[in-house]
Design a protein around this ligand. Structure first.
Ligand SMILES: [Zn+2]
Length: 248
């Protein structure tokens, strides 16, 4: 039986046409610009112009290197796989992208880049091998100030692309740690110690993916993994990040 209220193909198509029209009208008034250099770009589904995109150090064909680098950083047996979209370089286009994602009120940037990571991994992540995606949680005060959690935005894009459910109700940040930027590896580990809380619901999950924007020392993700392990010692964890930085 046909469900009443469910849009049929014709309604769906006319909605799509209207959406396209409104988007075109919007871009006429507010031209879309490359988030890095400000050059006007024609494709509304891109963040960067061709020149800036070509300067990004994408991880294409370097998944093994990324895997071993992140596995070494986190150094916990429960972490069995890891992926990154690009190698993060300070002063590079990558930093502009991450800055845009964190401070320019751009939830869309996170979603877009999460989807991009998902496209890259579409044939690498076996269907059903990961039960749930979570993001590194931010303290409610930070989330309130920024309006969103950038890692959550990335996770939602990845979730859509890989068809893995996402939940923000499994982990919480209970201590608003100060910025990690100027700290060394040991100081970073101390700074985030005991700052997370994990839900007892993890005991019913076999395999999760943790999503974050950039992994630097690995201290934050490691602390989150340790908190989750206190609930479920046999859980398997895959790490997904947009950018990976070398050791400090
Ligand atoms: Zn550009």
């Amino acid at each position: 039986m046909k469900r009443s209220g469910f849009p049929n193909k014709r309604t769906w198509n006319s909605r799509k046409v209207l959406k396209e029209f409104l988007l075109s009208a919007f871009t006429l008034v507010f031209p879309i610009q490359c988030v890095s250099c400000g050059l006007e770009i024609s494709d509304k589904f891109k963040l960067l112009c061709f020149g800036c995109a070509s300067r990004i150090k994408w991880t294409s064909h370097m998944d093994k290197e990324v895997h071993s680098q992140i596995i070494q950083l986190v150094n916990l047996p429960c972490v069995w796989d890891a992926y990154s979209l690009f190698f993060f370089t300070k002063e590079g286009v990558e930093q502009v992208l991450i800055h845009h994602l964190k401070y320019q009120d751009s939830k869309y940037t996170g979603f877009f880049l999460g989807k991009r990571l998902g496209q890259k991994l579409k044939n690498k992540i076996q269907e059903g091998s990961i039960d749930l995606l979570i993001s590194v949680p931010s303290h409610h005060r930070k989330k309130y100030d920024r309006g969103y959690n950038q890692s959550e935005a990335i996770a939602k894009g990845l979730s859509k692309q890989l068809n893995i459910p996402f939940s923000a109700d499994f982990t919480f940040k209970i201590i608003n740690a100060s910025s990690q930027t100027r700290l060394n590896k040991n100081e970073r580990a101390q700074n985030v110690k005991n700052s997370f809380l994990a839900s007892p619901k993890f005991s019913n999950v076999n395999s999760i993916g943790i999503v974050d924007d950039v992994i630097t020392s690995g201290a934050t993700i490691k602390e989150l993994c340790k908190t989750i392990l206190e609930i479920n010692r046999s859980i398997r964890i895959t790490i997904f990040v947009l950018g990976v930085v070398g050791h400090d």
